[in-house]
Design a protein around this ligand. Structure first.
Ligand SMILES: Nc1ncnc2c1ncn2[C@@H]1O[C@H](COP(=O)(O)OP(=O)(O)OP(=O)(O)O)[C@@H](O)[C@H]1O
Length: 319
């Protein structure tokens, strides 16, 4: 299968705190993976493990400290702003809270017409309406129920579907969806993430799905990578990783599915918990302090990847 995104040895170091109490954390630590065309790739892990930082680097909102991101063979990390803007159309994002993506005083259809105008996708109003109808149909919303309405006239689930339709207007190859259903009613979550599969099959879309929720991840993903304190600790085909986890952290994560924080914002102030600081600073395996199967070596050295049953696992148990 052809590669859409190639992430190579990606690293992002943040400095947090005041000059008197500076802390450095490697939020993304030597991360390498491929995302193929027409593939749903899930990054899963508890809050603060580095998932969103990877998404931000892909979207150009953060610069990596080192490493490469190749998109369709082009290195996004060394590209000048003007060159990079060519890819803005091709990589779209959907966020946790659909209500914060739209101004409450502006009709939602305005955003759609504006995007089609800005990217010169439709030449006439009629052409624009046809494109909008097609994209809305793909997410199960009719043009009639959508036109001339304000964001507050939709439910959270409807508005998230509409956000997804909006992201499709530019015919992207990649959709980055960061916790897209954590604020949606639990009964509707599956139907929304199932859209990713339909869009993959209908438009050949690839999706980078970022979540805490292993249940939706299991149903929609082709591949899953589990992250812990900046490292991908286990990745491979979704069924193998989630039905038969190898890493002790993945096993624990399966038992206690953490909830996403609904107050979390992409721009919120950064505060590190003590546990987070301590784990990020560890020399060996970052999970050693909590691991039920910890060995001496885990506290001193960071394990390599070992291949077990088609899955890559960063754990000395598989040496
Ligand atoms: N701009 C920043 N400045 C300093 N530290 C940051 C910044 N952005 C993220 N971090 C820190 O990097 C670590 C990884 O954060 P990130 O948001 O990528 O994690 P996450 O897995 O997406 O978690 P969440 O789901 O809560 O957003 C966290 O410890 C966070 O506090």
């Amino acid at each position: 299968m052809e590669k859409l995104v190639e992430i190579r040895n990606l690293k992002k170091i943040f400095s947090i705190g005041s000059i008197f109490s500076r802390v450095k954390i490697t939020a993304v630590d030597d991360v390498t993976f491929d995302l193929n065309f027409s593939q749903i790739f899930t990054l899963a892990g508890e809050s603060g493990c580095g998932k969103t930082t990877i998404a931000k680097i892909l979207l150009g909102f953060e610069e990596p400290t080192s490493g490469k991101v190749l998109y369709k063979g082009n290195d996004l990390t060394t590209m000048k702003h003007k060159e990079r803007s060519k890819f803005m159309k091709d990589i779209q994002a959907v966020f946790q809270n659909p209500f914060s993506s739209f101004n409450p005083l502006r009709k939602v259809d305005n955003y759609f017409f504006e995007t089609l105008r800005n990217f010169e996708i439709a030449k006439t109003q009629n052409e624009a309406i046809e494109i909008i109808k097609e994209k809305l149909l793909a997410v199960g919303i009719s043009f009639e129920e959508f036109r001339e309405k304000y964001p507050s006239e939709f439910s959270g689930g409807q508005l998230q579907r509409i956000s997804i339709a909006r992201s499709l207007l530019t015919n992207p190859s990649l959709l980055i969806a960061d916790e897209p259903v954590s604020m949606v009613d639990a009964s509707l979550r599956m139907s929304i993430v199932n859209l990713f599969k339909e869009l993959r099959d209908k438009f050949g879309l690839s999706v980078l799905y970022i979540t805490h929720d292993l249940t939706t991840a299991y149903y929609v993903s082709d591949k899953v990578a589990i992250m812990f304190r900046g490292n991908l600790i286990e990745f491979g085909p979704a069924e193998k990783v989630l039905l038969n986890p190898k890493h002790p952290y993945t096993k624990l994560l399966r038992e206690s599915v953490p909830e996403a924080d609904p107050k979390r914002k992409w721009t919120s102030r950064i505060k590190l918990s003590e546990l987070e600081q301590e784990e990020y600073a560890k020399l060996g395996c970052k999970f050693a302090g909590r691991c039920p199967e910890v060995m001496d070596i885990c506290r001193k050295n960071l394990p390599d990847y070992y291949e077990v049953d088609g899955v890559k696992v960063k754990c000395f148990l598989y040496r």
